[in-house]
Design a protein around this ligand. Structure first.
Ligand code: PLP
Length: 226
C-alpha cells in the first residue's frame, strides 16, 4: 500500500509535469489505471487513493472484478475496456464499461449495433499503426469511412482515436501519426477530439503529442502477476 501510493502519486506528478512541459492543462490528461491481472482489492486501494478510472482487457476477468468493486465501494468506478473485444463478449463488456478504447473492426461495430444498451458507450477508434493489415485496428486510409459508420451507431458515442505505439521505434513517430489522424477525424466529427495514447513506458511523449487519456498499468501497479 505505501508503495502503491508512492507509485500512483509519482505518476500523477509526472503527468502534470509532462502536461506543463507541453503547455497543456494537466486536468486535460485523464489517467486510466490499467488493473488487468490484479484483483479487485487493488482497485479498491486505488479508489482510496483517489483513482476513479480503470482499464481492463479481458471480459472474463473484468466483469466479476467490476461487480466486486461495485459491491464493496461507496464511490463509482468507471471502467475502460482497452483490449481486443470478442464480438460475443461485447454485450457483457459494455454492460459495465463506460468507455471502449478498442473499437478496432467493422465486425465488432456490427455486433455492438445489435445490442440493447441502457446508455451509449463512449468509444475510441483503435488505429492500426503498422503496415500489416492483419493487425488489430483500423488502417489510416479506412478511418474516415469507418468513423462515418460509427457515427450512425445508437450504442456508441464516438469520442476519438486510440493507438498503441510500436515497440521497435521511437514512440513519437506513432504519437504524431495518431495526432494527425485525430485532426482528420475532427473535421468529420468535431466532438471526437480525445486521444487515448501512452502507457507506462511512453506516456510523457504521448502527452507531448496531445494524448488526453493515458492508460498506465505497471508504473502504478507494479509488475503484473501472470
Ligand atoms: C496492458 C495495457 C496497457 C498498460 O500497459 P503498461 O505497460 O502496464 O502501462 C495499456 N494499454 C493496453 C491496451 C494494454 O493492454
Amino acid at each position: 500500500m505505501p508503495d502503491l501510493k508512492a507509485r500512483y502519486e509519482g505518476v500523477l506528478q509526472r503527468i502534470e509535469q509532462a502536461a506543463m512541459h507541453a503547455e497543456r492543462h494537466p486536468e486535460d490528461v485523464n489517467l486510466v489505471v490499467v488493473t488487468k491481472n490484479h484483483p479487485a482489492d487493488l482497485v479498491l486501494e486505488l479508489i482510496e487513493l483517489g483513482a476513479r478510472d480503470f482499464g481492463e482487457n479481458r471480459d472474463q476477468e473484468a466483469g466479476p472484478k467490476a461487480a466486486e468493486v461495485a459491491a464493496e465501494s461507496q464511490v463509482a468506478a468507471r471502467w475502460h475496456f482497452v483490449g481486443q473485444l470478442q464480438s460475443n463478449k461485447a454485450k457483457s463488456a459494455l454492460s459495465y464499461s463506460t468507455f471502449l478504447h478498442s473499437l478496432d473492426r467493422p465486425s465488432l461495430l456490427q455486433a455492438i449495433n445489435k445490442l440493447e444498451l441502457a446508455n451509449p458507450v463512449e468509444a475510441f477508434i483503435e488505429l492500426n499503426l503498422t503496415d500489416d493489415p492483419n493487425r488489430g485496428g483500423i488502417q489510416l486510409n479506412q478511418l474516415h469511412a469507418f468513423a462515418e459508420q460509427v457515427l450512425t451507431s445508437k450504442n456508441l458515442k464516438l469520442i476519438g482515436v486510440m493507438g498503441v505505439a510500436a515497440l521497435d521505434r521511437d514512440p513519437s513517430f506513432d504519437f504524431e501519426t495518431i495526432a494527425k489522424a485525430s485532426r482528420q477525424l475532427q473535421i468529420l466529427a468535431p466532438e471526437a477530439k480525445y486521444i487515448s495514447a501512452g502507457m507506462s513506458h511512453d506516456f510523457e511523449q504521448a502527452i507531448e503529442f496531445g494524448s488526453t487519456h493515458v492508460r498506465i498499468g505497471t508504473a502504478i501497479t507494479g509488475n503484473r502477476p501472470s
